[in-house]
Design a protein around this ligand. Structure first.
Ligand code: 6R9
Length: 647
């Protein structure tokens, strides 16, 4: 950690905010002082940017900490705030989404269109028996119906759980079972890399073990053949299109569950992060407006999947709550050519782009000549999310995409935090490549040592959040104890984020990656334990250890060390191939190990814990660290001598 950091801190390039942007910025330096003076009053003011049917009696009830209630007694509807109020204010003709399919088909959807579609879908879900509090699983490609389905659920007070379309049937099954969803919304498939890819077969497979699912609503996107279970499966267009496009939103308690989003933890079982309505919407709406300095004429694009929290907060809820025009793109950045993103920016006049460092590093690899062919002069703010952005990628992004003009906001947050927490503000901060800088107004962060004491400037430790915030997770679905244990037990009274961090000499925060057994591959969180359990579920595998090794493109890459069972050990190369596919089918292609190293033993401490730190050294080809706590240090020699095994 310290080595990585001292390299980072040698970075001394600085980028002051453009004068014009700073002069008209939504948020200024004074906002920090205002929030410092009264944090709760600050958030109340931001909550009033939304429409409440009834205002709250108390802004924060923290009496049962760490279980928070925000805007107690307030009544609100998220979909009403995202749609109806803009239409009622006369902005129904404003474009909500410029949607672009991968094959090049397009749809322009105004706020009025979206309200009509969401109303129809809400009526259809009601007809299917969905009531407030019921969970609905959504397993979809990046098409407008995904947003429609989410908002229809929100309108009815039925929490959605969106499962990333790249996840496998068994991952889908686990999530449906964990939150006991009775309705699944999916599509026949979507377009990826120039071809239709199927989703319905995974749903069919998952549902063989989810007997309580009553109905599957299927959007026709690719028109590929699908298996059909009569009585259970229904075409979206047959059920939704015939409905009335009028629907009156009901207002719910501010703490009505809005969604459950599953994310990897340090054990094999994914955690169902629960977000509720009033506080969540307040923070995502305000942060979207403040961090990206969003103005009424902006064209905003979060290039992420809706199946991740970034998509929930900054493709759907934040931009819609602010009545902004967004771009939504279905496919991959290199289909049909490597300039697709830049072509879209030029076509729609995108002014704000928000994406992940892994994408930026891929574009760097493809070369700056590609973006140079397109007119990117509409861009005025760039954002980064998902993992630490290395200074080279930051500077490349600013230079070749932002034309050297645009601030880059490096936004730190998590599925659990719901919205952005630590970031520079584009009209205020002097950008430092690689630093997430400071907690937003109204947010309290600290870097602490092992004993929980704040570290001085220039030192590293663990990132904690010291005060509750509006969009914080309320609990883990069905597991209050795990919520307390995971986040609130490491440091008394403070939220433990699981990230290492450092304060530089100015007191600005630099994020240094996870300190637990969670990997970050292309901005996606994967649990080492989850992949290990997938590997050992294969009959050929005796034992497995997985580490995240630094990777120039994906940030980290999955490297697995496996011990094969007796007779399987002879065919290492073949087994490695089989195991990579096995992991893909158990968890999803994103979890596929980059490398599988077949070994005869794994390094363990005396208490039997696998020493992943040493394995990471091997995977990254570094000198070995201290091995004295190993039961048998010759194990490492064995591992090294086996490194030639192809993966
Ligand atoms: C929004 C999102 C959360 C984890 C988080 C951290 C890493 C996210 C970062 C960052 C450094 C940033 N992370 N943004 N690390 N700088 N700007 O990514 O949520 O999928 O839950 O991941 O991602 O390690 O703890 P999620």
């Amino acid at each position: 950690m310290s080595e990585a950091l001292s390299n980072l801190l040698r970075e001394d390039r600085r980028f002051p905010p453009p004068a014009e942007l700073a002069a008209a910025a939504n948020v200024t330096k004074e906002t920090y002082a205002e929030a410092d003076a009264d944090r709760i009053a600050f958030w109340e003011k931001q909550a009033r940017r939304l429409h409440w049917d009834r205002e709250w009696d108390e802004a924060l009830d923290w009496s049962k900490a760490p279980f928070a209630k925000w805007f107690v007694g307030g009544r609100i509807n998220a979909a009403y705030n995202c749609l109806d109020r803009h239409v009622e204010a006369g902005n129904g003709d404003k474009v909500a989404y410029h949607w672009e399919g991968e094959p090049g088909d397009t749809r322009t959807i105004t706020y009025a269109d979206l309200l009509r579609e969401v109303s129809k879908a809400a009526n259809a879900l009601t007809e299917l028996g969905v009531r407030a509090g019921d969970r609905v699983a959504i397993y979809m490609p990046m098409i407008p119906e995904t947003v429609v389905a989410m908002l229809a659920c929100a309108r009815l007070g039925a929490p959605h759980t969106v499962v990333f379309g790249g996840f496998s049937a068994s991952a889908l099954r686990d999530r449906i079972q964990d939150c006991d969803a009775r309705i699944v919304i999916t599509s026949d498939g979507g377009y990826r890399r120039g071809a239709p890819s199927a989703l319905k077969p995974q749903v069919d497979q998952a549902l063989t073990e989810c007997p309580d699912v009553r109905n599957v609503l299927v959007v026709k996107r690719t028109a590929q053949d699908v298996e059909w279970t009569e009585g259970r499966d229904l075409w979206w267009h047959e059920v939704v299109d015939k409905q009335s496009d009028q629907h009156t939103a009901e207002f719910f308690d501010a703490e009505q569950p809005l969604y459950v989003m599953y994310t990897s933890g340090t054990t094999g079982k994914p955690k169902g992060i629960l977000h509720t309505t009033g506080g969540y919407l307040t923070q995502v709406a305000w942060t979207h407006w403040a961090v990206f300095d969003v103005k009424p004429d902006d064209v905003y694009w979060t290039a992420a999947d809706i199946g991740w929290v970034t998509g929930h907060s900054y493709i759907v809820y934040g931009p819609l709550a602010n009545g902004v025009t967004s771009v939504m793109y279905e496919g991959t950045p290199d289909t049909p050519h490597r300039g697709r993103w830049w072509e879209l920016i030029a076509k729609y006049g995108v002014s704000i782009l928000y994406c992940a460092p892994t994408a930026i590093r891929t574009f760097m690899k493809w070369g700056e000549d590609i973006p140079a062919e397109f007119d990117l002069s509409s861009l005025r703010v760039l954002g980064s999310v998902g993992e630490p952005i290395n200074p080279e990628a930051y500077v490349w992004y600013r230079t070749y995409i932002g034309g050297g003009r645009t601030p880059v906001v490096d936004t730190w947050w998590q599925t659990e935090t719901g919205g952005i927490m630590i970031t520079p503000l584009p009209g205020v901060a002097e950008g430092k490549p690689g630093a997430a800088m400071t907690a937003l107004p109204g947010i309290s962060a600290e870097v602490v040592d092992d004993a929980g004491n704040p570290v001085p400037n220039g030192a590293g430790g663990y990132l904690v959040l010291t005060e509750p915030w509006p969009a914080m997770l309320r609990t883990l679905w069905g597991d209050d104890q795990r919520y307390i244990d995971t986040y609130w037990s490491r440091f008394e009274g403070r939220y433990f984020a699981g990230d290492g961090a450092k304060k530089d000499d100015d007191g600005d925060i630099w994020l240094l990656g996870r300190v637990d057994d969670v990997m970050n591959v292309s901005g996606h969180r994967l649990s080492t334990t989850e992949i290990e359990s997938a590997l050992v579920s294969h009959p050929k595998v005796a034992e497995a250890a997985v580490v995240g090794a630094t990777d120039p493109t994906t940030g980290q890459a999955v490297v697995a060390f496996v011990i094969l069972r007796g007779s399987a050990a002879e065919s290492g190369e073949e087994a490695a191939k089989e195991l990579r596919n096995h992991v893909a089918s158990e968890i999803g292609p994103i979890a596929k190990p980059r490398q599988i190293l077949v070994v005869e033993e794994l390094p363990k401490t005396r208490s039997g814990k696998i020493m992943r730190r040493l394995l990471r050294d091997v995977a990254e080809n570094r000198e070995l660290g201290d091995v004295t706590t190993l039961t048998d240090s010759s194990v490492m020699e064995l591992i090294r001598s086996n490194l030639s095994t192809p993966g």
